[in-house]
Design a protein around this ligand. Structure first.
Ligand code: A2R
Length: 313
C-alpha cells in the first residue's frame, strides 16, 4: 500500500474523520512506522499531502518532494513550519470557524469553574466535607465583572458575546482595533489593570510568546483571574506559577500549556485556585468531526486543482 500512498497522516486527532480519510485515499500513518525514515523514502514518489496534528518540519517536507499541501487539524497551525512550506511552494491549511462556539463554550465554562471554585466544590462534596465541616468558603462572582480579552478574532468574538450575556463589561486588546461593539484597549497592561478576568485566545506566534508576563499578571492583581484557551506559549508559565504562589495573581483556568501534554507539577499541586483542562476546548465529537472534514476537504480541493477552503499561506 505504501507505494501508492498519497496522504501521510501524522499525529492523533479523531478516529472518525481519520478513518474517512483512509477510506478515501491511500494513506500511510507516520506513527505506525517502525522505521519512519524508511516509510518516508517509500512514499516519497507519490505522497502529495500531509494531514497533521503534530509538528511538520522542513526536514519532513524535504523528504516528500511531491508534497503540495499540509492540511493542519486545528485552527492554530503553530506546529507547522509555514516559512519552510512557503519556501518550497507548499500550501498550508487549517480548520477555522467550525470550532469557534465550542472553544468559546469551554472558555466560559473554565471561567465559571475557576471563579466559582466548582472543581474544588465537587471534591468538597465527594470527600464528605460538606457534612463534616459545613458550607465551603464563599467564591467569586462572574456576572457583571470586567472582562479583558486578549484576542478578538473568530473565537474571541464568540467569547465576548457570551460574556456580554453574563452582563460583563467586555474590553479587548489586539494589535489593531476590530469592528465590534466592545472597548478597544491599545495596551495589554492597561487592559489587565482594568479587568477582573483576562481571557487569552491569541495564536502561538513569536510575537505572542510570553506576552502574558509577570507584569501583566501583577496588573490583573491578587483578585484577578487568568483564563487561557489560546496557546500555552502566550503565558510565561514560570511567572504564572510564581504569581499564583505569592498571591500577585488570584486564580487561573488553563486549557493550554507551554509543553503539552506535560503540565508543571507546581500547577498540578495548586488545587485551591487553579483549574486545569487537557487542551480539549474543541474536543467534542461534532466539532472534531467538522474539523476533520474540513481538513479532508482541503486535501480533496488540492488534489482536484480547486481553490483551497482555508489556506493560511
Ligand atoms: O492582533 P490582531 O489585530 O491581528 O488580532 C488578532 C489577535 N492577535 C494578537 N493580539 C495581540 N497581540 C498579538 N501579538 C496578536 N497576534 C494575534 O488574535 C486576532 O484578534 C486574534 C486571532 O484571531 P483569529 O486569527 O481569528 O484566530 P481564532 O480563530 O480566533 O483562533 C485563535 C487561536 C488559534 O490560533 C489557536 O491557537 C487557538 O485560538 O485555538
Amino acid at each position: 500500500m505504501a507505494q501508492d500512498t498519497q496522504v501521510l497522516i501524522i499525529g492523533d486527532y479523531y478516529d472518525v474523520p481519520r478513518q474517512r480519510l483512509i477510506d478515501q485515499y491511500p494513506c500511510a500513518i507516520y506513527e505506525d512506522a517502525a522505521d519512519p525514515a524508511a516509510l518516508l523514502a517509500e512514499i516519497a514518489p507519490t505522497c502529495r499531502a500531509i494531514a497533521s496534528h503534530a509538528p511538520v518540519t522542513a526536514a519532513l517536507m524535504d523528504a516528500l518532494p511531491h508534497l503540495g499541501v499540509i492540511a493542519n487539524f486545528g485552527v492554530g497551525y503553530d506546529l507547522v513550519d509555514v516559512a519552510a512550506a512557503d519556501a518550497r511552494g507548499i500550501k498550508v491549511t487549517n480548520t477555522p470557524d467550525v470550532l469557534n462556539d465550542e472553544v468559546a463554550d469551554l472558555a466560559v465554562g473554565l471561567m465559571l469553574a475557576t471563579c466559582r471554585r466548582m472543581i474544588k466544590a465537587d471534591a468538597y462534596v465527594r470527600a464528605g466535607r460538606w457534612a463534616a465541616e459545613g458550607n465551603m468558603a464563599f467564591t467569586q462572582r462572574v456576572w457583571g465583572k470586567r472582562l479583558g480579552l486578549l484576542g478578538m478574532g473568530r473565537i474571541g468574538r464568540e467569547i465576548a458575546d457570551r460574556c456580554a450575556a453574563f452582563k460583563m463589561a467586555v474590553s479587548y486588546h489586539t494589535r489593531t482595533p476590530k469592528d465590534v461593539p466592545y472597548t478597544y484597549v491599545g495596551d495589554l497592561a492597561t487592559l489587565a489593570g482594568d479587568s477582573d478576568i483576562l481571557i487569552s485566545v491569541v495564536p502561538g506566534t513569536p510575537e505572542t510568546a510570553g506576552i502574558i508576563s509577570a507584569d501583566i499578571m501583577t496588573a490583573l492583581g491578587p483578585n484577578g483571574v487568568l483564563i487561557n484557551v489560546g496557546r500555552g506559549s502566550a503565558v510565561d508559565e514560570a511567572a504564572l506559577i510564581a504569581c499564583l504562589a505569592d498571591g500577585r495573581l488570584g486564580a487561573a483556568g488553563l486549557d493550554v500549556f507551554a509543553d503539552e501534554p506535560r503540565v508543571p507539577a507546581a500547577l498540578i499541586e495548586m488545587t485551591e485556585n487553579v483549574v486545569l483542562q487537557p487542551h480539549h476546548a474543541s474536543a467534542t465529537h461534532d466539532t472534531r468531526d467538522a474539523m476533520g472534514q474540513m481538513m479532508i476537504d482541503n486535501i480533496a480541493a488540492h488534489f482536484a486543482g480547486r481553490p483551497l477552503i482555508s489556506p493560511v499561506n
